[in-house]
Design a protein around this ligand. Structure first.
Ligand code: ATP
Ligand code: FE2
Length: 334
């Protein structure tokens, strides 16, 4: 009988359950995504939706996997980082299931899970990873026992920045895919602030400048929304590419992994692919089903930790909204 893990993702907009075996075969993955009617993510509203729906999502995942809940051998949940009120729901559901079913529980760092599902699904051993999502912008690689952070944003995350700009332009959340479609229609580059400080990035100046372009007298005259979308992407992705390339030259890794929700963007994929080729590194993108937030990646990172050092005690399962991935040991890679 194969051992099975139920993974619970609950860090932000997505409550997701993934069921997989200890070899990494995924039997089901069910997502429930909070989409704000207007504005950004309000933690209290997200929490209410997740609280209303969690049992239904668990039941759907079990029925898609065609298993009874009593066949589950391990519960994994996203313990860090994320929105406190939302993380608490996943932690609460996980603690309850672990105690009712009398199976071990393991807390997982969400950022490490994004990398581990990429290593599994792309069959990559030791990548330099560019992890780009609504809440994170991180260039990371395994070195000295940890997933070290070589570069990161100093202010806004790339996905959040694009979504905010899209909202200002009157587009509905999530803006990333819509901006990508508009950008394809232009090649009129309008210079925008390109801010790389050392190995870190800053997107707030870029965001403000792009927003002002929408209000300028030249808008709708010398340039249109397609042109601003194009310029925003070229500038932001150029910054990401520069930092990724420098980290690649420094670490001399031979594999590059692109993950997180923004990894869906084909322009970004082609830019990161081209620097990978220049450095003789293999490039891969996490399959889109597993690139955004999902319970399967939490399950897989939980399985890896559990196999290496067993489960957590209940007293160790408190949420850690601010925990950085480079503070955590990864015994399965050491
Ligand atoms: P995290 O908790 O890891 O920060 P998240 O909560 O933002 O993740 P994800 O599903 O990983 O969730 O990423 C969602 C982000 O991906 C949104 O900002 C969305 O606009 C962006 N995105 C999705 N598709 C595209 C695309 N084609 N181009 C650019 N951005 C995209
Ligand atoms: Fe994520």
């Amino acid at each position: 009988m194969k051992k099975l893990c139920l993974g619970i993702e609950s860090t932000a907009h997505t409550f997701s359950i993934g069921i997989l075996d200890f070899q990494g075969n995924v039997y089901s993955l069910i997502n429930d995504i909070f989409i704000p009617e207007e504005g950004g993510l309000h933690p209290a509203l997200v929490r209410e939706q997740h609280l209303d729906n969690f049992m239904q999502i668990i039941n759907k995942a079990l029925s898609e996997a065609k298993i009874s809940i009593h066949k589950i051998n391990l519960i994994a949940f996203s313990q860090s980082p994320g929105l406190g009120p939302v993380l608490k729901i996943g932690a609460w559901v996980a603690r309850m299931l672990s105690q009712v079913l009398k199976v071990p529980i393991v807390g997982v760092n969400h950022c490490i899970a994004h990398i581990e599902i990429g290593r599994l699904k792309c069959n990559i051993k030791d990548p330099l990873t560019l992890y780009v999502s609504g809440g994170n912008t991180i260039v990371s690689a395994f070195e000295s026992e940890r997933y070290q952070i070589f570069g990161e944003t100093l202010d806004l995350a790339i996905g959040n920045m694009i979504d905010s700009f899209a909202r200002d332009a009157g587009l509905q959340h999530p803006g990333g895919p819509k901006i990508e479609k508009l950008a394809i229609k232009s090649n009129n580059y309008i210079p925008l602030p390109y801010v790389v400080k050392g190995m870190d990035l800053s997107f707030s100046g870029l965001y403000t400048a792009a927003k002002y372009l929408l209000q300028s007298v030249d808008y709708g005259n010398k340039y249109n929304l397609n042109d601003v979308a194009y310029s925003l992407q070229e500038t932001a992705f150029g910054m990401l590419t520069e930092v990724t390339e420098r980290a690649l030259a420094h670490t001399e890794k031979k594999e590059v992994l692109l993950t997180g929700g923004v990894a869906a963007n084909q322009r970004l994929q082609s830019m990161i692919k081209s620097i990978s080729i220049e450095h003789d590194a293999r490039f891969d993108v996490v399959p889109l089903k597993f690139a955004g937030d999902n319970g399967a990646m939490i399950g897989w990172a939980g399985i890896l930790r559990y196999k290496a050092e067993g489960g957590h005690n209940i007293s160790e399962t408190m949420i850690k909204p601010k925990e950085r991935m480079d503070k955590i040991t990864v015994p399965w890679r050491s």
